[in-house]
Design a protein around this ligand. Structure first.
Ligand code: SF4
Ligand code: SF4
Length: 214
């Protein structure tokens, strides 16, 4: 019910097909399911179905809302982009360091290379070409990234870390020839769980408003 209030069914099907096409293999689907479970637990505390049962709200509505929050930016509904939301909530990152220990490859765009080497000449021998993406380079060692200080849980080149690290947990993809940030659906990242929860609450409130005005 909630999804129908916010997006025409035909359009939602298109979004779903597009995202399924983008998802490579089962792992993204598993991550999505896991995130949905984790967010649902938290969302039920913030927006109890019991309280809104008189409006016909069910657990299924909460699941639909979370699915939309995972696959669509709020700008689609006239709200802020994922990038804007994340910029306002640096506290969501709990510095677990998982992204620096387990992400590969760490992309460095060719436009970033010179400024990076200018401020960190020692990196010259640490960066190699990325044959899969000719416009990009990558760190020679990134599992874990050798610039991650495990004890301090800090990045030793923080001020000049690559763009991909600055925007994480959003990742840049090309959608219809335009660069677009989408969340990297990583269930172990508190940043991602908080982002999907925040968007789910906004979408829930918006649906309720629409329900009341109908
Ligand atoms: S995995 Fe997420 S929560 Fe952990 S350090 Fe990276 S961005 Fe922060
Ligand atoms: S460069 Fe810094 S922020 Fe990027 S993965 Fe390595 S340690 Fe993490």
């Amino acid at each position: 019910m909630f999804r129908d209030l916010l997006i025409p069914e035909e359009l939602w099907e298109k979004v779903l097909q597009k995202s399924l096409k983008k998802e490579k293999g089962e792992s993204t689907q598993i991550s999505r399911n896991l995130i949905q479970k984790l967010v649902l637990k938290k969302l039920r505390k913030k927006r109890s179905v019991k309280k809104y049962r008189k409006y016909g709200v069910t657990r299924q509505d909460l699941q639909e809302i979370i699915e939309m929050a995972q696959l669509l930016g709020l700008e689609f509904f006239g709200g802020p982009s994922d990038f804007e939301i994340i910029q306002n909530h640096p506290e969501w990152c709990n510095n677990c360091g998982k992204c620096c220990r387990e992400s590969t490859p760490i992309f460095i765009h060719r436009d970033e290379l010179n400024p990076l080497l200018l401020f960190n000449p020692d990196l010259k021998n640490e960066i190699i070409a990325n044959p899969a993406y000719p416009e990009h380079y990558k760190f020679k060692e990134d599992l874990p990234c050798k610039f991650h200080d495990i004890e301090d849980k800090k990045c030793s080149i923080y001020d000049s870390r690559p763009q991909v690290c600055q925007s994480y947990p959003l990742i840049l993809v090309e959608v219809e020839n335009k660069p677009h940030y989408i969340p990297h659906l990583q269930p172990d990242c508190n940043y991602i769980i908080s982002l999907v929860l925040e968007k789910s609450m906004i979408l829930f409130d918006e649906s309720l408003k629409k329900l009341n005005s109908n």
